[in-house]
Design a protein around this ligand. Sequence first.
Ligand SMILES: C[S@@+](CC[C@H](N)C(=O)[O-])C[C@H]1O[C@@H](n2cnc3c(N)ncnc32)[C@H](O)[C@@H]1O
Length: 299
Amino acid sequence: MPKSQIINGDCTTQVKTLSSPIDLTFFDPPFNQNKHYKQHDDNLPDADYWAWMTTVCKSIHDMTRDGGAIYFMQREKNVGKVLQALEDASWTFQNLIIWKKLTSAVPSNKRFGKHYQVIVFATKGKPRLFNKLRIDPPLPANYKHKRENGMYATDIWDDIRELTSGYFAGDEAIRNEDGTRLHKQQAPIGLLLRIILSSSQVGDVVLDPFAGTGTTCVVANQLQRATIGIELDPNNVACIQERLNKLRPSDDIMRYYQDYRFTKNLAEIWGASADEETEMSEQTDELLDLPLFRQSNRD
Ligand SMILES: C[S@@+](CC[C@H](N)C(=O)[O-])C[C@H]1O[C@@H](n2cnc3c(N)ncnc32)[C@H](O)[C@@H]1O
């Protein structure tokens, strides 16, 4: 099993001390919108915040293997600044991913309601690898026929449910004893699964410099990638360690295997064991034998 290294500290300095070259980074910093963090001031002057973002992106670039990738998540209104920070840190742009939320939009009286977050995918020079995933999201209402072979994932991700605030976040959200959320910015397992499967292979090193509850580490670890998480708040570090030590059913990535079943070489990309692969292909065979699939094959 590849190693996980969890560092309690400030990524601004810690990234520079890492010993292994990085293959992939998920970059999900505090958004500087005056949210409450125990150890971090989320209300910095705008220029200071973006200078800090650029500095950390540069350090990660220095530590990344040629062709390695970064996925930088932010609010849509800051997309111009994200692109600038990545360019100033020498990253090469690949995609602007729209992560469309599945619950209600944030309403506004002065503009359209906001219904997505942006994730900028960039690489250090030319990408060293990119796994073209095939997915099988629900059919749009105007489609008559079921897809026979899924579809390639595009830059619009509208099939990954966010962990909303409150009760509707479901089992995946980590809660304190009184039922409140431990961390309101916890990213969903499904989001990290898409990123790590797309831009890494078994044995790679995946970094999360703002690890929070450790979603990246939990997914990377199950996919047989080594992982480094850096997090300022010791309570979050304890949460990550607990999450890694004992896998919760809601963190188990195998429940998503079927969603990617049409992907070429899926078992190899996933790092699935021979037993897991057999079990999953049996389930796929059963699924393809359902009346809906048989019907669409005849049409
Ligand atoms: C948006 S949250 C990340 C949530 C994470 N993606 C998850 O799935 O839980 C940002 C995290 O960065 C941490 N943080 C803030 N400043 C930091 C710094 N300088 N170095 C490391 N972590 C920091 C915060 O404590 C917070 O947990």
